[in-house]
Design a protein around this ligand. Structure first.
Ligand code: MG
Length: 203
């Protein structure tokens, strides 16, 4: 199983980090060890002083495929969830400045907490799915798949030109604006629509 993450897929988020708005999807990967075991707390890593949350809709791949055409892409995912793409922003800034890969800032252990999934059939339109993050009960991030620069189908078509998608893979589809710092003691709750699909503590 692999985790593919799309970067800069919401214009307002690309702007808040002063990144250019991409012409093609930007993606990177996290290993399976990035998942946070269910019910376990997330421990603030010692190697960063500026850990950020990024709340993202996550697709679960239900069919193996490569070189998938956009018009058939919807057949390759059938469930949606919400995940956190934890990012060591200070470490990432150093990687970017030196032109180095981002893995140490993005792919570390437990950097991709993921909760339950909903069947996509629950939603009338996959291009209009809202999601949100509360920390300590306070609304921190809110987004909707309608605001994405690249749609789910465009992402699947693009990524599968390079990397074979396999059943059980996850695709994090990018974060809306409102990313911010994490503190030890934070209580995370993430929602798709009104459904709370992910909850954990930071220690
Ligand atoms: Mg992200």
């Amino acid at each position: 199983m692999k985790i593919i993450c799309i970067g800069r897929n919401y214009i307002a988020h690309a702007k808040e980090l002063k990144n250019p708005v991409p012409k093609k999807p930007v993606f990177f990967m996290k290993p399976d060890t990035a998942l946070l075991p269910k019910g376990k707390p997330f421990f603030y890593p010692a190697f960063t002083n500026d850990l950020h949350y990024e709340t993202e809709l996550v697709l679960k791949i239900c069919k193996n495929g490569r070189h998938i055409e956009q018009e058939f892409a919807h057949k390759y995912y059938d469930e949606i969830g919400v995940g956190i793409d934890f990012t060591a922003r200070d470490v990432q800034a150093e990687c970017k400045q030196k032109g180095l890969p981002w893995e140490i800032a993005k792919a570390f252990d437990h950097s991709a907490p993921l909760g339950s999934f909903l069947p996509l059939t629950v939603f009338a339109d996959s291009g209009n799915i809202s999601f949100s993050l509360k920390i300590n009960g306070e609304l921190k991030q809110q987004g909707n798949s309608s605001e994405m620069i690249f749609s789910f189908d465009q992402i699947i078509a693009y990524v599968s030109q390079f990397i074979t998608l396999k059943i059980g893979d996850y695709i994090f589809t990018g974060t809306p604006k409102g990313v911010g710092p994490v503190q030890a003691g934070d209580h995370f709750e993430a929602f798709v629509g009104e459904s709370k699909l992910l909850e954990f503590e930071v220690k």
